[in-house]
Design a binder for this molecule. Structure first.
Ligand code: PEP
Length: 261
């Protein structure tokens, strides 16, 4: 079976619970989701309960994600949130390893691996983000960087949990307001490397792990990335922060994938 198509946004440190709930409600009323397509929104922790109220019981039409999780089940970790706490809120997915977590909060690949194992072990889907910085790109080590993040981040994931893993390739230099948009030519070789890295790690089932692209994606370029054979969807920031922007970018990305097949 072909790999699914995924599209979602991360609100970062934006939105109140009421704003996130209104967003989810309006989005759910605005999109028809075909089979094998999964949409998701990742609001701040403080919005999760309010969004859950709107999303209703499982299965959620649009997955609800969290922006981080701790690896320990409980304990003296002030300010942290456990996998069990997220599951108690019916969260569908957790984002791990976003460039801002790595940069500002110094998250390491080894810590991320602990988080990945804790999440999938408890039945939570993971979106593991990875990507090289401008400096690493300048030194010509984009491929090595991403492969290291992949191999450590997904170390020892048991085969039966592989279907809970999705990857977001987000070159750090392309993310956010100061980012330089990447071209499909930049993304294609790294996406191919991630695909083959997954296959090296896990054999054939590894090649089924969805790979999303993220970094300055908008409706004008979304389809150019999803037309790439190893890109199975998009992970956006700014373009997804209005319902109109979310829908337009998703539709452009989905059209790019459909036309390329
Ligand atoms: C991001 O921060 O992960 C991201 C993709 O942001 P943007 O789409 O705004 O570049």
């Amino acid at each position: 079976m072909a790999r699914p198509f995924l599209f979602g946004t991360n609100f970062k440190m934006n939105q109140t619970p009421a704003e996130s709930a209104a967003f989810y409600r309006q989005l759910a009323a605005s999109v028809e989701i075909p089979p094998h397509v999964y949409l998701f929104v990742i609001p701040p922790f403080t919005s999760l309960a309010a969004v859950r109220e709107v999303a209703g019981p499982q299965p959620h039409q649009i997955w609800v994600g969290a922006q981080n999780v701790h690896w320990a089940p409980d304990g003296a970790y002030t300010g942290e949130i456990s996998v069990g706490m997220l599951l108690a809120l019916d969260v569908d997915l957790v984002l791990l390893g976003h460039a801002e977590r790595r940069r500002y909060f110094h998250e390491t690949d080894v810590e991320l691996n602990r988080k990945v194992l804790a999440a999938v072990g408890a039945g939570l889907r993971v979106l593991l983000a990875m990507g090289e910085t401008a400096e690493e790109r300048g030194f010509g080590v984009s491929g090595e960087t991403v492969l290291r993040q992949l191999r450590i981040g997904l170390h020892d994931v048991p085969p039966e949990h592989l279907e809970k893993i999705q990857i977001a390739y987000e070159p750090v230099w392309s993310i956010g307001a100061g980012g330089t948009p990447a071209s499909p030519e930049d993304v294609e070789p790294i996406a191919r490397l991630i695909r083959s890295g997954c296959q090296d790690l896990f054999g054939d089932p590894g090649s089924k792990i969805p790979i999303l692209y993220g970094g300055s994606v908008d409706p004008s370029n979304a389809g150019t990335f999803t037309a790439l054979p190893d890109i199975d969807g998009l992970f956006v920031g700014r373009a997804g922060w209005t319902v109109e922007g979310f829908v337009a970018t998703y539709q452009a990305g989905y059209a790019g994938k459909s036309e390329s097949q």
